[in-house]
Design a protein around this ligand. Structure first.
Ligand code: ADP
Ligand code: MG
Length: 254
């Protein structure tokens, strides 16, 4: 199936504010698809709808042909959609490997206590191995036993991605993963995201403000403004679309 995520006429309001306004878009399996748009244009709200944190007012989202909108978050996660959040959500006092094991626990229905205490059972040994593999994948193997709060900002974001991969998703949603990163961290992140797609075969949807990263990484870009899709296409086309420039500058070009 070519389309992994099919968004149809989706709308969501908060009080009088229309955050997502009749949004339709298709994400092709195996692509890196960027969602861009000014602050407040509904990007995070779209992720929240796709992961079950919010229920749409109307419209629907299909994942691999099956309607998922309105299902609870843990059910959607089990079906194969992983995500990271705009703000870091790590357990700072827990080690890197334990943070990843929390993600694995979600997939494998191990108990959280087993995950954290590592009771020495075959199951937790297996989880520890898997978590270590994921840390190696994001090049954090050397920081495995560090409390996550001692990792650099960029490393913490990669750790969050490793944890999201622990649920074994076929689609991963990344909410502004490069925000606050320095140029070097951004380069490493870019490579890692490409490897997630190329080596793990995971489809990636990324919300991102860093246009260079978007141009480098994405095959397709959807542009939101006031909850509506105002433009869509390959990055080199989007870059020169007057509607996109208008959305960002808030003015029409003379
Ligand atoms: P973006 O991620 O593009 O910056 P958001 O999706 O976070 O934008 O927000 C879109 C609009 O919806 C904003 O005006 C925001 O204030 C509003 N919004 C988002 N979530 C809520 C909520 N839970 N309650 C009320 N308003 C919300
Ligand atoms: Mg946001």
């Amino acid at each position: 199936m070519a389309v992994i995520l099919d968004v149809r006429n989706l709308s969501k309001s908060f009080g009088g504010l229309v955050a997502i306004d009749d949004l339709s878009l298709e994400v092709e399996r195996g692509t890196i698809h960027a969602i861009i748009g000014p602050n407040g244009s509904g990007k995070t709200t779209f992720f929240n709808l796709a992961t079950g944190l919010y229920t749409p007012d109307s419209g629907e989202i299909l994942f691999e042909g099956e309607r998922i909108s309105g299902l609870p978050p843990h059910v959607i996660a089990h079906k194969g959609i992983g995500r990271t959040f705009q703000n870091l959500l790590l357990f700072g006092d827990m080690t890197a490997v334990d943070n990843v094991m929390v993600g694995l626990q979600c997939r494998n229905r191990y108990s959280l206590v087993e995950a954290i205490l590592r009771t020495g059972s075959a199951v937790t040994d297996q989880m520890y191995k898997e978590a270590t593999k994921l840390l190696d994948f994001v090049r954090l193997g050397g920081s495995r036993d560090q409390p996550s709060k001692y990792l650099s900002y960029g490393e913490q974001r990669l750790l969050e991605i490793a944890r999201a991969l622990g649920t074994n998703p076929r689609l991963i949603l990344l909410d502004e993963p490069a925000a606050g990163m320095n140029p070097q961290e951004t380069i490493l992140l870019t490579k890692t995201i490409r490897r997630i797609r190329d080596e793990l075969g995971v489809t990636v949807v990324i919300i991102e403000h860093d246009m260079r990263l978007v141009m480098n990484l994405a095959e397709r870009v959807s542009v939101l403004d006031y909850g509506r899709k105002v433009s869509e296409g390959p990055p080199e086309v989007i870059k020169n679309d007057p509607k996109v420039i208008e959305a960002y500058l808030g003015v029409t070009e003379e």
